[in-house]
Design a protein around this ligand. Structure first.
Ligand code: PBG
Length: 331
């Protein structure tokens, strides 16, 4: 009879904060957060209109932001560069400049904090005059194998600068294996690959493209990023990325794709990451600013849901703020 009402009363396990604490199934921790940073060449900071509270950071500002984030308990950052329009080219040449903004910033961060885990994004869109993640042919096709070649060089340069984790976000076929081979060939067998395994062609990247001025000049990203309707296809990408040597597999966006996170979690022994993207941040922030949502509760709930779905780690623009809220709860 314990299996049904009135003997069974699930509310007994919710009757006090202490009991709720010990029956809680999912815990959030700052150790699970990865903090994305937008970097630029000019000193100072510049606000991003569609991401209130997030700025593009100049060389000095990056250091102070990372120092503050470490103070909040964040151990990992991922870098996204704002490249001046004048340096964007059809082949994204700036992506393979060893003296470029990303390698330079990695070197400065690792020199100051050797234990900081630095992730770098591998894709051409911040560098490409077309705003696409790959090399664009005259007829508008995104060239797969030509792009992978550039991505491999980009990854080796980032690893050479000291990046701990290389994160290809481009969705070209075969890039995980090719990048793994290039890294190993260049003596970087200890550098990890965080694969954007199931990256969807999402409207939720809008504010990010504002931040980096990287929106595609023509067309969309649907010939390489995944159709939001598909989950079996995500498992196919998972098998390929596993076979090609990914260390961590990622789903992106996070909140609208919890079922995909769960599907990957059930089908792989690898760690699963999820990216709470710019549009998810912007929605929470906007509603909070209008007084329509309680920011702290809504943000922590959204992050808890992503963890509950099966993500081991979460990339989120709320990393610092959430870490501080969690610390307050513990105090
Ligand atoms: C591009 C890239 C994007 C994001 C991360 N890497 C945008 C895109 O694919 O257009 C989006 C992240 C976010 O929205 O927060 N390679």
């Amino acid at each position: 009879m314990t299996g049904s009402f009135p003997a069974a009363r699930p509310r007994r396990n919710r009757k006090s904060a202490i009991i709720r604490d010990f029956v809680r199934e999912t815990a959030l921790s700052a150790r699970r957060f990865v903090y994305p940073l937008f970097i630029r060449e000019a000193e100072g900071t510049e606000a991003i209109a569609s991401m209130p509270g997030v700025s593009r950071l100049g060389p000095e500002a990056v250091l102070s932001e990372v120092e503050a984030a470490r103070g909040d308990g964040i151990g990992t950052v991922i870098l996204f560069p704002l490249v001046p329009e004048s340096r964007k080219t059809p082949r994204g040449d700036e992506a393979v400049n060893p003296e470029g903004l990303v390698p330079g910033t990695v070197r400065r961060l690792k020199a100051r904090w050797p234990d900081l885990v630095v992730c770098t994004d591998v894709a051409l869109d911040p560098y490409n005059s077309d705003g696409h993640d790959g090399v664009v042919a005259p007829d508008g096709t995104i060239l797969n194998d030509e792009t992978v070649e550039v991505l491999c060089r980009q990854a080796v340069i980032q690893a050479g600068a000291g990046a701990d984790i290389i994160a290809p976000s481009d969705m070209m076929d075969g890039r995980i294996g090719a990048i793994r081979a290039s890294l190993d060939g260049a003596g970087h067998s200890g550098v990890s690959i965080l694969a954007y395994t199931a990256k969807f062609a999402s409207a939720f990247y809008g504010p990010f493209r504002d931040a980096l001025d990287s929106a595609p000049k023509s067309g969309d990203k649907k010939t390489y990023q995944m159709d939001p309707s598909n989950v079996r296809e995500a498992l196919r990408e998972l098998r390929l990325d596993e076979a090609e040597g990914a260390d961590i597999v990622m789903v992106k966006p996070a909140g609208p794709y919890l079922d995909v996170i769960r599907a990957l979690r059930e089908q792989t022994t690898l760690p699963v990451a999820a990216y709470q993207v710019s549009g998810e941040y912007a929605m929470l922030k906007a509603a909070a600013q209008l007084g329509w949502l309680h920011e702290r509760r809504a943000v922590l709930e959204s992050l808890t849901a992503i963890r509950r779905a099966g993500a081991d780690m979460i990339l989120t623009y709320y990393a610092r703020q959430a870490a501080r809220w969690l610390a307050e709860e513990q105090a």
